[in-house]
Design a protein around this ligand. Structure first.
Ligand SMILES: NC(=O)C1=CN([C@@H]2O[C@H](COP(=O)(O)OP(=O)(O)OC[C@H]3O[C@@H](n4cnc5c(N)ncnc54)[C@H](OP(=O)(O)O)[C@@H]3O)[C@@H](O)[C@H]2O)C=CC1
Ligand SMILES: O=CC(=O)O
Length: 294
């Protein structure tokens, strides 16, 4: 199967690379075209624009930073919409809100194409290892056709129904994740300030009901103030912000998520947006350097 891939950031690069390793023919595009080179070395072809990728491939996947990027790649000049047509499928795996996803879906369908939203849970390492959790919704027939691709990228694929349900599920999950990261940061800080070992706290947490892979993976690096970006903080803040908008729409009060959003926003204002989202710990500790927003 020939697949197009738009967006070679942390996630897109790992996912496109995995498809190549598993025998798919992949045509890639990235806004910063030089980032395609590494994939070309692995056997990918380059499409000069999103439109040219869609022209060449029956199925095109996108993995872009946010709603603005997802819309731009579809609607702008040389975008997906210029070449999408009957028989072609577009699968957007970016984390966006349901409204963005619906706009894209409606435009693709108007041109005769089919659309699936398929945001993922899981980060850089799960993307490299094909262990993502895929939260798809939209065209069921396209879901069934693209399953061999999802089987290479993920450990489990869900089909959740009409467009918007995948986007909303992803935002709810990431809202919870953001609150958990803030809770861990406060716990590590409180342990330290009150004369306890943060590492012993991690050991205790890992043995009890709060044990989870995120604390286990991120905790030790946080203690060392190391935040190599797997999930950039600016994207985590975008997700909490979009989840809070969803809460507004449905009149769901979410004071914990709102507080976590404030901490992530503050981290961005200190220039920590491109670090891993665990860098919010620097804000909780009060040790963040001053910097420019990312
Ligand atoms: N990293 C993670 O752990 C996870 C991320 N996600 C979600 O996946 C998506 C991608 O994340 P990730 O790979 O980490 O992000 P990165 O920031 O590493 O990559 C973002 C990608 O979007 C592109 N992009 C940004 N703005 C535009 C634009 N206006 N037009 C065209 N392309 C644009 C970038 O291009 P360029 O290279 O030119 O900047 C790059 O290819 C996000 O929605 C994120 O929330 C989901 C699960 C896990
Ligand atoms: O969206 C981020 C993730 O880890 O999932």
């Amino acid at each position: 199967m020939e697949v197009g891939f738009l967006g070679l950031g942390i996630m897109g690069k790992a996912m496109a690379s995995r498809l190549l390793k598993h025998g798919f023919r992949v045509t890639v595009w990235n806004r910063t075209l030089s980032k395609c080179e590494e994939l070309v070395e692995q056997g990918a072809s380059i499409g000069e624009t999103p439109a040219l990728v869609v022209k060449k491939c029956k199925y095109t996947i996108a993995m872009l930073s946010d709603p603005a990027a997802a819309l731009s790649v579809v609607f702008d000049k040389d975008g997906v919409l210029e070449q999408i047509s009957e028989g072609k499928g577009y699968i957007d795996m970016s984390t966006v809100d349901a409204e963005t996803s619906s706009k894209i879906s409606e435009a693709i369908i108007r041109k005769g194409g089919s659309f699936l939203e398929a945001p993922v849970s899981g980060s850089k390492k799960p993307a490299e290892d094909g262990q993502l959790i895929i939260l798809s919704a939209g065209d069921k027939a396209l879901y069934e056709v693209i399953l061999p691709v999802f089987d290479v990228l993920g450990k489990k694929s869900f089909f959740l129904g009409e467009v918007g349900k995948g986007a909303r599920m992803k935002l709810v999950v990431n809202m919870i994740m953001g609150s958990m990261m803030n809770a861990l940061s406060e716990g590590l800080c409180l342990a330290d300030k009150s004369g306890l070992s943060p590492q012993t706290l991690l050991d205790v947490l890992d043995l009890g009901a709060c044990s989870n892979p995120m604390f286990k993976l991120k905790g030790p690096a946080m203690i060392e103030s190391k935040y190599p970006p797997a999930f950039p903080l600016k994207h985590q803040q975008k997700d909490v912000r979009l989840a809070l908008c969803l809460g507004d729409e449905h009149a769901v009060s979410m004071p914990i998520a709102a507080a976590s959003n404030e901490a992530f926003k503050k981290a961005r204002s200190h220039g920590l947006g491109d670090l891993d989202f665990s860098a919010v710990y620097e804000i909780v500790k009060g040790t963040a350097p001053s910097g420019n927003a990312a």
